[in-house]
Ligand binder design. Sequence first.
Ligand code: SF4
Length: 361
Amino acid sequence: MRLTVEETGRAARFFADGIKRMASRPVRIMEVCGTHTVAIFRAGIRQLLPPEVELVSGPGCPVCVTPNEYIDTAIACSRCPDTVIATFGDMLRVPGSQSSLMAEKAQGADIRIVYSPLDSLRIARENPGKKVVFLAVGFETTAPTAAATVLQAEQQGLENFFVLSAHKLAPPALKAILAAPDSRIDGFLLPGHTAAISGLAPYRFVAEEHRVPAVVTGFEALDILQAIYLLLKQIAAGQPVLVNQYRRVVKSAGNPAAMRVLNQVYRPVDTVWRGFGVIAGSGLRLTAAYERYDAAAALPLVKAVSREPAGCRCGEVLRGLIVPAGCPHFGQSCTPEHPVGACMVSVEGACAAWYKYGQGR
Ligand code: SF4
């Protein structure tokens, strides 16, 4: 049911007033997903909140959490003969340890921007003499499409298509945040699109094991405002539970068909996140049955020696320990035109969002 403009205004006032009424002590809420970070800025939600309610970004921007060692491996791969790199545009400008995919492209590497993993299959079909490596970055939302692409490659008998997987699962990162001794999160705004695939079960531990309130929410301003209201309500009552605010999209069981494809092609592995290090069971690697499509197994890739950009505090931003303005590079030596770290590159990156929307408050 769609609300009229008047009804939306009334509902927004109700939630904003309720939040103010219940905010009797400082609370720190993490918006896990980069899409939420941008939506919060765009809708001016920060300006509606009382000073007691602090919003911090989390590890839900896929490009931001992809560590430099992956970027460096992709760059090394782009330098191999007869190799095409197929990637989403966001990855191009992320600074690696010594170069970026954009710099490599400018120097002649065959790096092509795709809008769907399926585009990389077309490139593979059209270039049978070349190896086409798709840079698979993203969470539960995008991984099923990449998995379906591998199944199509098999159906089409393509032997020159490979996936370099940096896919990640969101719940293990939340576990890592909650287990950290410096964790100071009073509530989570959980990403509706990943829960739409995985269902609610993987997120129940937040309230059940850690007694931290959590609300799965959508991406419209009213969704987010209502979710913050629901979090404050739980905090005030001292009764943490997992609430599904986004019931019009997220079903309790998620999307079983998408999960079937995902689990057929990928298996969970330990993997490195920018700012976190290795998180157990948080990455996705191709299963043995599809290993021939795994660039990391099938191609002679040289393991890069990587380092993160000097002074970049992306890791702390992604763990909700500081806001972007707390980084001395922010808006000075690091801007969207000249990014020092990944969080300033991606449109979903917290630093880029803070920069674009006037640094919030
Ligand atoms: Fe890193 Fe730039 Fe963000 Fe600082 S402002 S944390 S250097 S991306």
